[in-house]
Design a protein around this ligand. Structure first.
Ligand code: HDD
Length: 685
């Protein structure tokens, strides 16, 4: 609380007239009716005298601020970060050197292309922006869930964003990259190729924000007490592992629950299943900037973990939902130049343009230079400077001086001494020139690396994605142009894509595949899954074996899952033993795409009713199509049969008793996330 806040509180307490909780105008005048306008007679015209009506409507008319030009759709959460051990050998940043410091954070996840009201599960990059409220000031790590970017120089950002956003003549399509202008951009801009491989991969369809990685993308610098720099790449590694949705599923979720990822984040935090990530760092000596086969200043390249390990240095926990979406998640203002002592930038030309863009955009979006005073943007470190006035100034600055140097206020605020932010002392010289560095060439090598690193099912998904996206492109020459790029990535990839989109498949490879791979890039090699944050649907009807439900759901809940009983109608159903089972949701209000797994308990009458319920049959068939774990007990196998599903397929678990083997096998099958190898949608080679 500032002195001004204290004064205000005292004034209010002293003179308080409106009993607490009563409705007032913005001027504090008590209001006795907010449902009926002041009018001349009960059926007469409304009157200008009604200052409450006018104030209420005026405020409402001005409720919206411009949505972010990119990353408009987002969800945020508070939490804390703690470093495992002092990283003093690399940096002076307090939050990275004091393991006892629990640094508060605010994280905003987002999609890039869609408007604020667009669906969560579209094919897109996800933003992963973290504001660390450190004792030395705010540090913002404004990253994405992919380690590379579409372009190398920020001057191309407006071009790229214009190309990916809905087309300007008809504003179609919303939140989708499957259209002519994006792919026209791609075919003329070979540097996008690597990022397009990521965008066409399952990384663009995260199961949840808690199950995706984050990356700082650029190479940054850590600066030690002697002013020495170490190049660094930032990674967030989710403790739940990296898992993705099925493409068909994402499109259906977009209709069934457009808030799918946002809701998951909110619900997990409310349930105490806090999303957790490890901060991982890749350290590279300053003089090795060109020693890893590419230029570390080029944001279209990644540093394979097999070449330089990602060292886990600390943990991020998201444990508190915001109180008000607008005040916090919408008004949070990230800026890549929010740096603290011990962390600095590099000359990456994409990063350099960002240094300008973020402050500029906040000035417009948040209406003036005082947005750092908004509660979500305020540092925990005290702010003292000579900035004054401007729109929405919330501080009542005291005293006569607002300039440096002054003698009237004793020279305050004084310049900071040791520990102040100092820019890394870097030698810079060169001709003023507009030219891309030759070290930024080779736009295909790492696209090939990514392709080579994928499991067979991941490759299938990538091919299917290219076919879908290019299949929506109306101009054949654009399709051909993209295939021509892909011939530089991998011949087989180019042929498979071409065959699906009516383009002549390339005869010969443009280049020989270098054969290198980075196993860490494949989701197939990721952290083993758990049941934490998994949702299991239990399909039931009158006559269900309540013992099956109780035993299996207890085991699954113990392992971290949430179980919901779904029946044709809400309320309760009758159990086979005469008891009652509460229904969590009515089947028509949900869909299998909103769950990770399905359990069909036994009970002849229940299963009989399910087999004649189209919703239930579709539910289980769709769960199978999306490669989810399905468990069926006793008569429950009858529903699998009715849906034409093989009871012996991978991830399908049948049994007679809700114990031992059955429960364990089902738990393992759910923890595996998906059984992609049984993917019925996989396309012909
Ligand atoms: Fe950006 C928002 C991430 C390149 C200009 N960007 C924004 C957000 C994220 C990123 C996560 C949303 C922050 C939030 O939740 O409020 N942007 C990136 C990454 C990039 C990148 C990882 C490349 C490595 N961005 C980039 C460039 C420019 C911008 C090259 C412009 C030259 N980005 C913006 C912006 C936004 C933004 C227009 C929109 C809203 C905002 O900043 O606050 O300034």
């Amino acid at each position: 609380m500032t002195r001004h806040d204290d004064d205000k509180q005292r004034r209010l307490d002293q003179y308080r007239v409106a009993p607490e909780g009563e409705l007032t105008t913005d001027q504090g005048v008590r209001v006795d009716d907010t449902d009926n306008s002041l009018s001349a007679g009960v059926r007469g015209p409304s009157l200008m005298d009604d200052f409450h009506l006018r104030e209420k409507i005026t405020h409402f008319d001005h409720e919206r601020i411009p949505e972010r030009v990119v990353h408009a759709r987002g969800a945020g959460a508070y939490g804390h970060f703690q470093v495992y051990r002092p990283l003093t050998e690399y940096t002076t940043a307090d939050f990275l050197t004091d393991p006892s410091a629990r640094t508060p954070v605010f994280v905003r996840f987002s999609t890039v292309a869609g408007s604020r009201g667009s669906a969560d599960t579209v094919r897109d990059v996800r933003g992963f922006a973290t504001k660390f409220y450190t004792r030395q000031g705010n540090f913002d790590l404004v990253g994405n869930n992919m380690p590379v970017f579409f372009i190398q120089d920020g001057i191309k950002f407006p071009d790229f964003v214009h190309a990916v956003k809905p087309e300007p003549h008809n504003e179609i399509p919303q939140a989708a990259s499957a259209h002519d202008t994006l792919w026209d951009f791609v075919r003329l801009q070979p540097e996008t190729t690597h990022m397009m491989m990521w965008l066409m991969s399952d990384r663009a369809l995260p199961r949840s924000y808690a199950m995706m990685e984050g990356f700082g993308v650029h190479t940054f610098r850590l600066i030690d007490a002697q002013g020495r720099a170490t190049l660094v790449k930032f990674h967030w590694k989710p403790l739940l592992g990296v898992h993705s949705l099925d493409w068909d599923e994402t499109q259906k979720i977009a209709g069934k629950d457009p808030d799918f990822n946002r809701r998951d984040l909110w619900d997990s935090i409310e349930a105490g299943d806090f999303p957790e990530y490890e901060l991982g760092l890749q350290f590279v000596p300053e003089d090795e900037v060109l020693e890893h086969g590419f230029d570390l200043l080029d944001p279209t390249k990644l540093l394979p973990e097999e070449d330089v390990p990602v060292v886990p240095v600390g943990k991020l926990v998201l444990d508190r939902n915001p109180d008000n979406f607008f005040a916090e998640t919408e008004q949070v203002a990230f800026h890549i130049a929010n740096l603290v002592p011990g962390i600095d930038i590099t000359d990456d030309p994409l990063l350099q343009a960002r240094l300008f863009s973020y402050l500029d955009t906040q000035l417009l979006r948040l209406g003036g230079p005082n947005f750092p005073q908004l509660p979500v943007n305020q540092p925990v470190a005290e702010v003292r400077n000579h900035h004054r006035d401007g729109f929405h100034q919330m501080n009542v600055h005291q005293g006569e001086t607002s300039y440096h140097k002054n003698s009237i206020s004793g020279g305050c605020p004084a310049l900071a001494g040791e520990g102040a932010f100092t820019h890394f002392r870097e030698r810079v010289d060169g001709e003023k020139i507009r030219k891309r560095s030759e070290t930024f060439e080779n736009h295909y090598g790492q696209a090939t690396l990514f392709w080579n690193s994928m499991a067979a099912w991941e490759k299938d998904h990538i091919v299917a994605a290219f076919r879908f996206e290019l299949g929506k492109v109306t101009r054949k020459e654009i399709r051909e142009g993209v295939v021509a790029h892909l011939t530089h990535v991998d011949h087989d990839l180019a042929v498979r894509v071409a065959e699906g989109i009516g383009v002549e498949p390339p005869k010969a490879a443009a280049v020989t595949n270098h054969g290198r791979s980075s196993p860490a890039l494949s989701q197939a090699n990721g952290r083993a899954g758990t049941l934490k944050a998994r949702k299991v649907a239990i399909l039931a009807a009158d006559g269900v074996d309540s013992g099956d439900i109780a035993a299996v759901s207890e085991a699954l809940i113990d392992a971290g899952a949430t179980c919901e009983v779904l029946a044709a109608k809400d309320g309760a159903i009758r159990a086979a033993n005469g008891g009652q089972v509460d229904v969590t949701r009515a089947l028509p209000t949900v869909a299998s795409v909103l769950y990770d797994a399905v359990l069909i308990p036994g009970g002849d009458d229940s299963v009989h009713a399910l087999t004649s319920d189209g919703d239930a049959v579709h539910f289980v068939a769709e769960a199978f199509k999306h490669c989810k774990a399905i468990g069926a007990l006793g008569a429950g196998a009858g529903l699998l049969e009715r849906a034409g599903l093989p009871a012996n397929a991978e991830g399908v678990v049948t049994g007679t008793r809700p114990a031992g083997d059955f429960t364990e096998t089902l738990t393992t099958a759910i923890a595996a996330h998906r059984h992609w190898t049984r993917d019925t949608a996989s396309i012909p080679a």
